[in-house]
Design a protein around this ligand. Structure first.
Ligand SMILES: CC/C=C\C/C=C/C(=O)SCCNC(=O)CCNC(=O)[C@H](O)C(C)(C)COP(=O)(O)OP(=O)(O)OC[C@H]1O[C@@H](n2cnc3c(N)ncnc32)[C@H](O)[C@@H]1OP(=O)(O)O
Length: 712
């Protein structure tokens, strides 16, 4: 699948043909090598242009082959092909339109010249697949750009726009016109000229002072970016090889590092995330409606009701997606402040108008309610929206846990009511939970999923239950963290274990960031704390189960987290970010344990991880059993893109499969025996059934789930 043709009498144009992204599958590799050999041996050919068929240059190695060694090993290897390209005695020009990523850019680096379209982008994103640029990219790019710029691109995996690539010297020329035509003309002008200096494998790496100190720092930085991830560290090692070794020795090092990464569980997990992200768009409902058959009415105008932090972020996300937005806030002072904040974020007006009157939502195709979490207030707004809004307008709530169906009941159009659960900050975070109630129509889901895509979100269709998928699973995780404090752990110990696992922030730091008062309000609403709880009720039991009042007590002390400068940690001032240990908290916990006759014991990191993560995973199985998520892959997408679950660990359900379902079951049984008053540790029946049926691979779990009622 490489097209070969001769143009202008002397230029061989080799076009990679493998839609949609022209990935370098075995067939493409075969075709490329044959074409390069044909160009080398044809005396009429004096130069070569390599391009991508129908737009994109090349999306890199074929990721679908990675899990299958026989596919990966069939056909010539990329390193061999790129060596032949670089060694060709005729000038080779890469004509880059769309994108040249991973192996695609490595191919371009083996060419003698690189032409780019002005809207193209290039990058070496292998690190996000748990790999390194293992087809010479880690050795050629530093020789072209210098170590600093190359290391940045390789360790971050970022896509670089054509303009920046030109400045860096990665692209030789840009064109706004037809890239292949421009490359052909240039190739002809380079015919017969010396090529030695154009072969990056021949060049030394530009010198760098204080190499040891530079790479030490680079390693520390790489470790901090994704804790516990092996690929960024291997990338640093490979680039160090480029800076210190001859090309062929560097290539050997790259090969050794790549072989270790390629077969690692981390690469498997990262690859799984890649497909999970894309798979979330393919939703279905029990009525048979599907992503590819259900037509969605396009949404071009939206109204956002309530301009607190969430409402502002949602307004920005919608405006950036090209919608015309009316932002409504009934409190005048809040409206002015919000207008300034939104304009700052959008760097100007950006198609947003403002109003203090709900009537302004009358003409919108979609309304997103984003007022604070109070059911009575939301019900009143939905009642009003039902009569104010035009027929056909969709009514969405940004609630993070309340009942969508109850809100739908306040309207005369329950089939057009849904939840759009954004994550803070809403214009930055990738995840969107699209929540349907029992009466939400498939067309409504389709429209929301399409809108999510326009906003660049990973949108996941979920069913209606308290907390939906993400927050429902978070509850047992948080609960175990509180219990661990009661039993003798400190917030520092719990957070360190979770951060070492790979979360960007431990549970207590995260709670300080989002505000302890949010959970407090929810618990009050649920009747777990506050005036509804009578004095004769035991403090550490609710509805017959263990309950930790620690979070409530903290709020009663006015410790809401970063916003008050005090929470599970101490901060220099309200709003400051750097968490410091707080001696007050230590005494508070000691006094609490003493008051309740709790004996502090030594808790290790393994127990922290198992109790917190297994409780969360167990709830994930319940979510699947209840039909609130369509697949374990959807749960994993939610956790990776909304809750900071490390990509190199795939998501909670993937992690459970990787650890072994039998081991997770055994762990839960052990902890439930020790804590029988904590039902979240009681293994759910789906997990038991999966283990009983031999722990099938994750893509076969649906066969065991079958027969349960879907809430989607
Ligand atoms: C043996 C190894 C030796 C050497 C090292 C080389 C390693 C590599 O090259 S690893 C691959 C590096 N490349 C990437 O990481 C790029 C991954 N792709 C993307 O970032 C994006 O897909 C895109 C920017 C290329 C296009 O984005 P967009 O237009 O939004 O489309 P989609 O992402 O929805 O993708 C469409 C479709 O294509 C599939 N796909 C994308 N890239 C690849 C690929 N490299 N290999 C195989 N398939 C790929 C993607 O899964 C979508 O299909 P599905 O919807 O069916 O999943």
């Amino acid at each position: 699948m490489a097209q070969y043709r001769i143009v202008s009498g002397s230029v061989a144009v080799i076009s990679i043909q493998n839609p949609p992204v022209n990935a370098l599958s075995a067939a493409v590799r075969e075709g490329l090598l044959l074409s390069v050999r044909a160009a080398a041996s044809d005396p009429l050919v004096r130069s070569v242009v390599i391009s991508g068929h129908n737009g994109p240059f090349c999306g890199g190695a074929d990721i679908k082959e990675f899990g299958n060694v026989s596919h990966l090993e069939s056909g010539p290897h990329l390193v061999e092909i790129f060596e032949s390209v670089e060694a060709l005695a005729k000038p080779v020009v890469a004509a880059i339109e769309g994108f040249a990523l991973g192996g695609g850019l490595e191919l371009a680096l083996a060419c003698h010249y690189r032409f780019g379209h002005s809207e193209a982008r290039v990058g070496l994103p292998e690190v996000s697949l748990g790999l390194l640029p293992g087809a010479g990219g880690s050795q050629r790019l530093p020789r072209l750009l210098g170590v600093r710029a190359a290391l940045d691109m390789i360790v971050t995996g970022r896509h670089v726009a054509a303009g920046e690539a030109l400045k860096l010297g990665l692209l030789d020329r840009l064109t706004d016109g037809n890239t292949v035509d421009a490359a052909v003309r240039f190739a002809q002008s380079a015919e017969g000229k010396p090529l030695d200096d154009r072969r990056l494998g021949n060049r030394p790496c530009p010198p760098l002072e204080n190499i040891d100190a530079f790479f030490e720092e680079a390693l520390i930085h790489a470790r901090g970016r994704a804790r516990g991830a092996a690929a960024p560290l291997a990338c640093v090692q490979a680039v160090r090889g480029a800076a210190t070794l001859p090309f062929l020795k560097g290539m050997e090092l790259e090969k050794r590092l790549m072989e270790t990464l390629m077969t690692s569980g981390q690469a498997q997990a990262s690859r799984y995330c890649f497909f999970t992200e894309r798979g979330a768009a393919r939703w279905t409902t029990p009525t048979g409606a599907r992503w590819d058959t259900c037509r969605a009415r396009p949404i071009s105008t939206a109204a956002v009701i309530g301009l607190g932090t969430m409402g502002r972020g949602i307004t920005v996300a919608l405006a950036r997606a090209g919608l015309s937005v009316v932002a409504v806030e009934t409190q005048e002072h809040q409206l002015d402040e919000a207008q300034r904040a939104v304009s700052r974020m959008l760097k100007g007006g950006g198609g947003v108008s403002y109003s203090a009157d709900l009537q302004a939502a009358a003409g919108a195709d979609l309304v997103v309610e984003a007022v604070f979490e109070d059911m009575a207030v939301k019900e009143e707004i939905f009642k009003q929206l039902s009569s104010v809004c035009k027929p056909g307008a969709l009514l969405a709530t940004n609630t993070s846990s309340l009942d969508i169906d109850r809100l739908a009941s306040c309207t005369l159009r329950p089939e057009q009511v849904l939840g759009l659960h954004f994550f803070a900050p809403a214009h930055v975070m990738r995840l969107l939970e699209v929540v349907s109630g029992p009466r939400t129509s498939p067309q409504t889901v389709a429209a929301a999923m399409q809108l999510g895509r326009r906003m660049g979100k990973v949108s996941v269709a979920v069913g209606n239950c308290p907390g939906f998928v993400g927050n429902r699973m978070l509850k047992p995780y948080l609960e175990q963290a509180y219990f661990l404090l009661e039993e003798g752990a400190s917030p520092e110990l719990v957070d360190a274990a979770l951060e070492e696992f790979g979360f960007p922030m431990g549970v207590f730091k995260m709670s300080d960031l989002s505000g302890l008062d949010i959970g407090w309000r929810v618990r009050k609403e649920e009747g777990l704390t506050g005036p509804g709880v009578t004095a004769d009720q035991p403090m550490r039991t609710r509805r017959g189960r263990r309950y930790s009042p620690l979070g409530d007590l903290m709020c009663e002390e006015g410790r809401y987290g970063q916003k008050t400068g005090r929470g599970w940690y101490l901060y220099d001032r309200p709003g400051a970010r750097v968490a410091r240990s707080d001696p007050w908290l230590r005494s508070f916990l000691e006094e609490y344990r003493e008051r309740h006759g709790l004996l502090a014991r030594r808790i290790d990191q393994q127990e922290v991880l198992e109790r917190c993560l297994y409780a969360l995973i167990n709830e994930g199985f319940r979510v699947l059993e209840d039909g609130v998520a369509a697949s374990p892959q959807n749960i994993d997408a939610i956790y990776v893109f909304g809750y900071g679950w490390p990509k190199h660990r795939g998501g909670p359900m993937f992690y459970a499969a990787q650890v072994g379902l039998a081991r997770v079951l055994e762990g839960l049984e052990k902890y439930h025996k020790a804590h029988p008053d904590s039902p979240h540790l009681q293994p759910c029946s789906l997990l038991r059934r999966l283990v009983a049926s031999g722990s099938p691979p994750i893509h076969k779990w649906s066969e065991v789930v079958k027969g349960h009622r879907s809430q989607l």
